[in-house]
Ligand binder design. Structure first.
Ligand code: ZN
Length: 423
């Protein structure tokens, strides 16, 4: 028999999971009598954790009031750090972006410069937050953190960036708890709570930014794997004797189809003198960007179109393999490159995927564009903070009674969940 505290947590969890729910439904699903439900929800209303949000359909009698999380109960800050720059958002519990700040468009090369740039974005947001001071900050970034989510072990393409105690630096400067999360996993979490994956049980989130990766939702929860490193789709091997990848292997998907690989292939062709009607010429000192290449493909430049289509085929093939194996309810296209909606790339991936996936999956695996666009990873950083808050109801209720945020570093809890963490 659960005690009152445990029942209150169950009520709150169900409201959060359902979005909106009435007292009679809470009573029925949780098998708690209606007077107790009324008393528990009154406490949650008094604590401003929930609020009334309209009425349910009537089944003859009075229409029951619907309860939902109170978006204004708390805010969190989310940051994204990628090779293409730094962005930050302040969000409420409903995932609504209240404020945003953009940093440099290109990530600095050295760790100290990178940390300074991240801190500058975070400090601006914090300074403007006023009464809406965030309970914590979550940073989504490429590569891999340690198991506590405090030290960044590795950042792709930045050799000097190793074992940076980034969470500590953020906490020292901002005075609020900080967490680090892989960028793709953070974006997947945002899609799961507030985007296209909401309400879907098993989902693959295909992310193409600088690299290619995949976020995984199993049974309504983010799957992170044994060492928090699941979803390295870009390093699945599609051509055993293909080009060498920066991971040291031959023929990884990234070496064949990542934006940098497409640019490299087009550059080689141009240097050999291949014609390009859209002016994709590599003049002395001029660099070709993935954006320019993808636009040229959409504009009908034959070289660009062939290079992009080839990459799209590899990605679509890889995706068909994943979907055959995993059988998700849907695939979400996200990440900086895919959310731009370049026709040749996006349609090429989907076409090859449909051609190659098992027939039984063809009609049952919708491909959905991300609804969070370029904010997904930063929002996901903020979600990491909220998830942790809701995993610790004592801290949550203390916050409701005006105690300072209690998402502070908690090595004990982190160790306890380190073995294959799932949210
Ligand atoms: Zn690789």
């Amino acid at each position: 028999m659960a005690n009152r505290f445990e029942n209150k947590v169950r009520v709150l969890d169900l409201i959060r999971a359902r979005g909106q729910v009435s007292r009679p439904v809470l009573s029925e699903v949780l098998a708690i009598n209606l007077p107790t439900i009324s008393s528990l929800t009154k406490e949650l209303l008094d604590e401003r954790l929930i609020h009334a949000e309209g009425f349910d359909k009537s089944d003859g009698g009075r229409r029951p009031e619907l309860l939902a999380l109170n978006p204004g109960f708390s805010t969190a800050m989310g940051l994204e750090l990628s090779l293409s720059g730094i962005r930050g958002v302040l969000t409420d519990l409903s995932g609504k972006v209240l404020d945003r700040e953009e940093g440099p468009k290109k990530a600095p090369a050295e760790p100290e410069e990178m940390i300074d740039a991240v801190l500058a974005v975070a400090e601006s947001l914090l300074a403007r937050s006023g009464e809406r001071r965030p309970v914590g900050v979550g940073l989504g970034l490429a590569g891999l953190s340690d198991e506590t989510g405090r030290v960044w072990r590795y950042f792709p393409h930045r050799k000097t960036w190793r074992d940076v105690a980034l969470a500590e630096r953020l906490e020292q400067r901002l005075g609020i708890p900080a967490r680090l999360e892989n960028d793709v996993q953070a974006a997947t979490l945002a899609e799961l709570r507030y985007g296209q994956a909401r309400g879907l049980r098993d989902v693959l989130y295909l992310h193409i930014g600088h690299g290619i990766a995949c976020g995984i939702v199993v049974d309504g929860k983010l799957y992170t794997g044994a060492t928090r490193n699941a979803g390295e789709f870009g390093h699945t091997i599609l051509e055993p004797s293909g080009p060498i990848c920066y991971c040291g292997n031959y023929g990884c998907l990234e070496s064949l189809a990542a934006p940098a690989a497409m640019v490299e292939q087009a550059g080689q062709a141009l240097r050999k003198g291949v014609l390009s009607s859209a002016g994709l010429r590599l003049a002395e000192g001029q660099t070709l960007t993935p954006g320019a290449l993808l636009r040229a493909a959409d504009d009908g430049d034959r070289l660009a179109e062939n290079v992009v289509l080839k990459a799209a085929e590899y990605i679509g093939l890889g995706l068909a393999n994943l979907v055959n194996f995993f059988n998700p309810h849907g695939v979400i296209f996200g990440g900086e490159i895919l959310v731009r909606g370049h026709r040749v790339l996006n349609e090429g991936i989907e076409r090859t995927f449909r051609q190659r996936v098992l027939p039984v999956r063809q009609a049952h695996t919708p491909v959905l564009p991300s609804s969070l666009g370029r904010d997904a990873t930063a929002l996901g950083g903020a979600m990491v903070v909220f998830e942790e808050l809701f995993e610790r109801p004592e801290a949550l209720f203390a916050l409701a009674h005006g105690q300072p945020p209690l998402v502070e570093s908690s090595p004990a809890r982190r160790e306890e969940v380190a073995g294959g963490r799932r949210r």
